[in-house]
Design a protein around this ligand. Sequence first.
Ligand SMILES: NC(=O)c1ccc[n+]([C@@H]2O[C@H](COP(=O)([O-])OP(=O)(O)OC[C@H]3O[C@@H](n4cnc5c(N)ncnc54)[C@H](O)[C@@H]3O)[C@@H](O)[C@H]2O)c1
Ligand SMILES: [Zn+2]
Ligand SMILES: [Zn+2]
Length: 385
Amino acid sequence: MHRGHAARKVGHGATVDEGPPKDGAADGDGAPGGRVARSKEVDVSTMRAAVVHGFTDPLSIDEIEVPTPGPFEALVKVDYTGVCHTDLHAAHGDWPVKPSPPFVPGHEGVGTVVAVGDSVTRVKVGDTVGNAWLWSACGECEYCETGWETLCPNQKNGGYSVDGSFGQYMLVDSRYCPVIPDGVDLSAVGPILCAGVTVYKGLKTTDTKPGEWVLISGIGGLGHIAVQYAVAMGRRVAAVDVADDKLELARKHGAEGTVNAATSPDAAAELQEKTGGGVHGALVTAVNAHAFPQAVGALRRGGTVSLVGLPPDQFPLDIFTTVLFGLTVRGSIVGTRKDMSEALDFFARGQIHPTYTVRPLDDVNAVFTAMEEGGIDGRVVMDMS
Ligand SMILES: NC(=O)c1ccc[n+]([C@@H]2O[C@H](COP(=O)([O-])OP(=O)(O)OC[C@H]3O[C@@H](n4cnc5c(N)ncnc54)[C@H](O)[C@@H]3O)[C@@H](O)[C@H]2O)c1
Ligand SMILES: [Zn+2]
Ligand SMILES: [Zn+2]
């Protein structure tokens, strides 16, 4: 029993801590001169969540069981969750390694720890934390040992192999969950937990330096945040998308040169010209395979393209140009816990301002439709209250 807190029972006997009682809510154990403990056991064994039942079905809003935190796990009451295009790929079963329905997507959730399992030391009840794509890793393999936990073959993924944040409660692994800095806007921070950390790490892997040009291809949820990290990291930004409003968003966030790939006769050549000989690095977040060879074609000699977007397709890589111009083509997947805390630090210092719209959980299918049609400005964040 926590002094001054009301407690609720959840799941299989976990206790939800509801925080300090409102003024006048105290009932008496007679402690002199202040608030007193109030205990109220309420069964909240179920919650609302958006569930994928089949890869061709819309999500359904179901009443499902609130999970119980096991060892090292914490139960989090979710306030907000961002909606990433990866959630849409997950719901459609787009990729070779598929999730197993029924499951709850979502890996940009933020909320409050309300219960902890055994052996939890890193977070406590009342802390503000999030979930992430890198839900956990083994901590023991050669990748975990060498600072590449994002490549761990035994990792678990939020909203994919473990239920995610499209529910009113979610589990996190206390050893891996992002801890949200004090004082930040909780509706705005969700998009940092996947989009932010992914593009921040992806930009590092372009091997560009301050003052050099970097191309951001695809100005959606990831891309509009990538423009901001790139500017904050001192890069000069060129942006490509297939919609003028997205390019306008890129310019608003600091892009110097923009090209519309849908209307340009040769987007790569136009980028070469605008950047005085090509971009030093490129980050491709677009969900369209055509954007990938185009980004390679926009590179300066010796340049690096980092692939982040995950359309379920292939693209042709020109061997002659790659060899003679010494180009590097690499993939980049989310970021480590260290990348995450750095990305959150940029946000907490006011360097990054996601453009987002808040929608209720009930709108999840409409949000997915808008995402498929390229009709979202920045990110959608769902209010889970
Ligand atoms: N590698 C990682 O770690 C990682 C992490 C998160 C997301 N992703 C993937 O990144 C992709 C983007 O996610 P998002 O949430 O930003 O999606 P989004 O739907 O918000 O944005 C996609 C953008 O691509 C643009 N686009 C479409 N066709 C294009 C083209 N031919 N050229 C340029 N731009 C084009 C769209 O107009 C849109 O602005 C998804 O495939 C997602 O699964 C990867
Ligand atoms: Zn994501
Ligand atoms: Zn590992």
